[in-house]
Design a protein around this ligand. Structure first.
Ligand code: PGA
Length: 268
């Protein structure tokens, strides 16, 4: 990571949770953080939850004694957003609605949405634009499949995914965050090595620099956990994590926040 760029530790809860489980998880994060440290984490902490629970989570973050009594600020993100701002789009949720529910961020173009819902680079770019128009920071996900990696196409694939977004956003590209999530590492327990991840992050950084968006944080996602977070986050172009499975366990998620906090606080 680089202290000149923001560090973001984001939990992607995917389609998990219940009102009771959400409250317990959030309180667990607060409690685990106060057991570890008394100062505020020097990174942004975010949970991206199922749409139907966003308002509940926003209210819980503001009212829970377990969270209010600690120094941790937990921000809220959604996992998807409509390209449209309102109208006859059954089942969709607009960026303005997510904002009103308490979100500051939204994941766009997660590989599970590209794979199961046919989202194209063009759709993902339009979603990022719709998010920014309402003041939400989109976390734009890019990543190659195993077949693409084996064919030596990883950098070509992620560069094209990112280019669709930066071309549409132009100067607003500086306001996004990016998550590099190799599809073969998501939910598989098979993490990219720090060197493999850094190679792609460096290529993405070059592309962002050419798009005059050099300060955009690039998160790594794909089986990041308490044991491997420190090594991944130590890489010069890895500015945080988008964490699925491990974000559902308060102790593990908090360990990852702590690793980011320690690295940011330095000295190395
Ligand atoms: P994982 O998921 O940490 O469970 O691999 C990451 C993601 O899909 O965002």
């Amino acid at each position: 990571m680089n202290p000149n760029r923001p560090t973001i530790i984001a939990g992607n809860w995917k389609m998990n949770g219940s009102r009771a489980a959400n409250a317990a998880l959030l309180d667990g994060i607060g409690q685990a953080w106060s057991a570890l440290a008394h100062q505020a984490p020097s990174c942004q902490v975010l949970v991206c939850a199922p749409t139907v629970y966003l308002s509940q989570i926003s209210e819980h973050i503001q009212s829970s004694v377990q969270i209010k009594s600690t120094s941790i600020a937990i921000h809220l993100g959604a996992q998807d957003v409509s390209t449209q701002s309102s109208g006859a789009y059954t089942g969709e949720c607009a960026a303005g609605m997510l904002k009103e529910a308490g979100c500051s961020h939204v994941i766009v173009g997660h590989s599970e949405r590209r794979q199961y819902h046919g989202e194209t680079d063009t759709t993902v770019a339009a979603k990022a634009k719709a998010a920014l128009a309402q003041g939400l920071q989109p976390i734009v996900c890019v990543g190659e499949t195993l077949a693409q990696r084996d064919a030596g196409q990883a950098i070509t694939v992620v560069s094209a995914q990112l280019k669709a977004v930066t071309d549409l956003l132009q100067t607003d590209a500086a306001r996004i965050a990016v998550a590099y999530e190799p599809v073969w590492a998501i939910g598989t327990g098979r993490t990219a090595s720090p060197e493999q991840a850094q190679e792609i992050h460096a290529a993405l950084r070059n592309a962002l620099t050419s798009a005059r968006a050099a300060g955009v944080p690039i998160l790594y996602g794909g089986s990041m956990n308490a044991a491997n977070a420190q090594a991944l986050l130590s890489q010069p172009d890895i500015d945080g994590g988008l964490i699925g499975g491990a974000s559902l366990k308060p102790a593990d998620f908090t360990q990852i926040i702590s690793a980011a906090h320690a690295l940011r606080a330095g000295p190395h």
